[in-house]
Design a protein around this ligand. Structure first.
Ligand SMILES: Nc1ncnc2c1ncn2[C@@H]1O[C@H](COP(=O)(O)OP(=O)(O)OP(=O)(O)O)[C@@H](O)[C@H]1O
Length: 344
């Protein structure tokens, strides 16, 4: 049966002893889509990936790849699923050269077609010069490229990646990630990438799927999850906000630092908490609605985080100053962009 859905999960659950690792997950992933699966440690991301690859099985529910059932009422072995896997530690065979590592997965394919595919992938990834080397002589970035080449050489329709960039240092990470994704897009591969890094998830996936305790909390574009979180958990996962108590009446919330007309809210009337992102607070020496005292400055290079004491608010408010405050500044004025205040 022809389908545009590369991966379909229907009510998938999996427990280990008394730990439910994945609970009743249903999702469709389109062919060619790049999905980032994100969540705190232990939320079930890797288990879900392993279920799709076939190295783990479901307790209940069904898994379909390209319309074919691979787990549930029937089981298809991992090596027959047409799925490539890139592990966090790359899992290269230490006793095999780079060339042998890449050719390893191709044994089942016709010889000439296999070597043509491998050569194409090696050229695209730019590792021709590494072919005779052994994994322990390669840098982290080089190992990541070889692991990707090994996963892609059999031309899988689906590639699963478990924290594939987490072993690379910050400088290299962004570059290797961008190159990897543009290659996978050019091959029209369906990609599911696990990460625990909120920024990586937002910048990588066509769709971001946020998990918590084995369940999907919210799925959508990066903009959806960041700008329109449907829960306090989702809001805080992508950006820690200042929390200020308030009273909601209709579309307004009254707080000690102002009354906000809510653009986006999932709270009921009555006592609530508003989430004010640090970016929603602008700081000025002399212009702004609310006086504030500078309690602490934390310098980050491009930006500076400022902790501000404001009358009527128990906890200091965290703001991000884009323009550097003069040294020794101890009082400022702040304004809050009401459209960026969230309530749940
Ligand atoms: N083989 C196993 N045996 C027992 N418990 C397991 C097994 N695999 C996973 N778990 C448990 O299932 C839960 C989900 O684990 P999983 O590795 O899927 O989470 P994760 O989100 O990938 O975490 P991390 O980001 O730390 O890798 C955890 O509580 C974990 O301890």
């Amino acid at each position: 049966m022809k389908t545009d859905i590369a991966v379909k999960l229907v009510n998938v659950s999996r427990s280990f002893a008394t730990t439910p690792a994945v609970r009743d997950i249903s999702i469709d992933i389109r062919k060619g889509e790049v999905v980032s699966l994100v969540g705190h440690s232990g939320c079930g991301k890797s288990t879900l990936l392993r279920i799709i690859s076939g190295v783990e099985t479901v307790d209940s529910g069904q898994v379909f790849l390209d319309g074919q059932e691979v787990d549930g009422r029937q089981f298809v072995e991992p090596e027959k699923r047409g799925v490539g896997f890139v592990f966090q530690d790359y899992a290269l065979f230490p006793h095999l050269s780079v060339r042998e590592n890449i050719l390893f997965g191709l044994k089942r394919h016709a010889q000439t077609e296999a070597s043509a595919n491998a050569e194409d992938v090696i050229r695209r990834i730019g590792i021709e010069h590494l072919l005779e080397r052994f994994p322990h002589t390669l840098s982290g970035g080089e190992q990541q490229r070889v692991a990707l080449a090994r996963a892609l050489a059999p031309r899988p329709g689906i590639v699963l990646m478990d924290e594939p960039f987490s072993n690379l240092d910050q400088g290299l990470r962004g570059q290797v990630r961008a190159e990897t994704l543009s290659l996978l897009k050019s091959l029209d591969t369906t990609v599911i990438m696990v990460t625990h890094d909120p920024q990586e998830a937002l910048s990588t996936g066509d769709r971001v799927v946020l998990m918590r305790a084995g369940e999907i909390v919210q799925a959508g574009s990066g903009y959806d999850l960041y700008d329109r979180p449907t829960s306090a958990y989702a809001a805080d996962f992508f950006c820690l906000s200042n929390k200020v108590p308030g009273i909601r009446k209709g579309d307004r919330i009254e707080t000690a630092i102002g009354s906000f007309r809510l653009n986006y809210a999932a709270a009921d009337d009555g006592k609530t908490t508003v989430h004010i992102r640090p970016q929603a607070i602008s700081i000025s020496l002399d212009q702004g609605d609310i006086p504030a005292r500078v309690k602490q400055r934390i310098f980050h290079g491009e930006t500076e985080h400022i902790l501000l004491a404001v009358e009527g608010v128990e906890m200091p408010l965290r703001a991000i100053a884009l323009d550097r405050l003069p040294e020794g500044t101890d009082t400022v004025r702040i304004s809050i962009t009401a459209e960026r205040v969230l309530a749940f």
